[in-house]
Design a binder for this molecule. Structure first.
Ligand code: GLN
Length: 413
């Protein structure tokens, strides 16, 4: 670029040089809005009902196991694809809960959270030109996962109020370029738990088009009203074409530990392990050790977890309904998607979320974060309820300042 051209753009040589170095891929998405809302909550001293992390203590037993592991000097790298004790425990638990037998030596890769497990899996299976089917609304990471791995996303709608999908639409999204479908059950942000019939329909498409199912099952134990979590890998014909993503974060209330994993057939695992090895080398060794203990907790632990979350879900449904939100009752996970139309707010989900955090003191996630086309989420916001009672009470108190069915934003303000 000549000095004249530079002068005409008005950009400094440093800015231009920096710009030339940036990746076009990263320019096509933003930082996580969910995590940004946590920063805004801190900035405005607001109650954080945005990011899905528990604000109550993790189990003493699991914490003690981590402390013990550090004292025992498990402080150096674990095997890159995961400490043997943890992989063995993951294999035992998958067989115990879903009846699926996997080889911990060849089919499990422990990663830095399920976020890395998902990204490493995508990078491990995607080639240029490959398409990935993604239901939406979807957890926001799946968009950047597709972009960074080089996949072209094909979105299929989950339609409220029950978040069902149209079988024709899903069938049309599959084709010769389809490498995988991402299925998140129980689902973030909708709370949908996919039924056996739905999973079988997806299975048949995967088999027909020789595609993988990459299933994010991180909320497997957080289910309500008799809903049943079914792992895709447990369905006949899917054992060898499913990559199951899971982790400790939600089940053991340790989201900051960053211990997750991918369970995949041997060839796919070989590929995932290579990506993981060069991305992060390995997850925290002492925390993997604690994971091996956590995964052996008795069934009563998981029953209690689901019971506690059921009470929180119902409490939060009450709070939100009283405040004027239309709620989509979740059957699983720990979020409530809401419709904000009742507020007649003069603006979209983003301005409503900004108003809530700045003026009401509540951080939520704007609905558009979960859609490819932001306008689809313009009348939705997501609340999480993985919070202790005092946080839920503070949320109720703050929301009392909101007036539903007000005519305009100015009235709200
Ligand atoms: N899953 C959580 C959510 O949706 C956040 C996870 C994260 O920020 N890594 O809020």
């Amino acid at each position: 670029m000549s000095a004249g051209e530079m002068a005409s753009t008005g950009a400094s040589p440093v800015a231009l040089a920096a710009r030339r170095l940036l990746s076009a891929k990263t320019e096509s998405f933003t930082e996580s809005v969910i995590r940004e809302m946590t920063r805004l909550a801190l900035q405005h001293d607001a109650v954080n009902m945005a990011q899905g992390f528990p604000d109550f203590p993790a189990s003493e037993e699991v914490k003690e196991a981590a402390r013990q592991a550090i004292s025992d000097d498990i402080n150096q790298y674990a095997i890159t694809w995961g400490a043997k004790e943890l992989r063995d425990a993951i294999a035992r638990k998958f067989e115990r809960t879903q009846g699926v037998r996997v080889d911990p030596e060849r089919e499990i890769t422990v990663c830095c959270g399920s976020t890395e497990a998902m990204m490493a899996s995508m990078m491990g299976i995607i080639n240029p030109g490959d398409e990935v089917v993604i239901f939406e609304p979807h957890y926001e990471n799946y968009g950047p996962d597709a972009i960074l791995s080089g996949a072209t996303p094909r979105f299929v709608q989950l339609r409220p109020p029950d978040w069902s999908f149209d079988r024709e639409e899903l069938s049309r999204a599959f084709g010769p370029r389809t490498k995988a479908i991402i299925v998140n059950t129980p689902n973030n942000p909708t709370g949908k738990v996919f039924s056996r019939q739905e999973l079988e329909f997806i299975r048949d498409l995967c088999v027909r088009w020789n595609a993988f199912a990459v299933t994010d099952e991180i909320y497997e134990h957080i289910i309500y009203d008799g809903a049943q979590h079914i792992s895709m890998a447990a369905l006949e014909g899917m054992r060898d074409r499913t990559i199951t993503i899971n982790g400790m974060s939600k089940t053991y209330s340790v989201t900051g530990w960053r211990v997750g994993w991918a369970i995949a057939p041997p060839e796919a695992s070989t590929s995932i392990r290579k990506v993981h090895d060069f991305l992060t080398v390995g997850a925290a060794a002492p925390l993997q050790q604690a994971g091996a203990i956590a995964l052996e907790l008795p069934p009563s632990y998981y029953q209690k977890l689901a019971q506690n979350y059921l009470a929180k879900r119902d409490r939060m449904l009450g709070i939100l309904s009283a405040a004027g939100f239309r709620c989509f009752k979740p059957a699983g996970a720990y979020y409530i998607m809401t419709d904000i139309s009742n507020f007649n707010f003069a603006g979209d989900d983003l301005s409503f979320a900004r108003y809530l955090v700045e003026k009401i003191g509540i951080a939520v996630v704007p609905g558009s974060s979960f859609y490819d086309d932001p306008s689809q989420g313009a009348s939705q916001v997501r609340f999480t309820f993985c919070k202790k009672e005092s946080t839920l009470a503070a949320c109720a108190e703050k929301l009392a300042k909101l007036r539903p069915a007000s005519a305009s934003a100015s009235q709200l303000l």
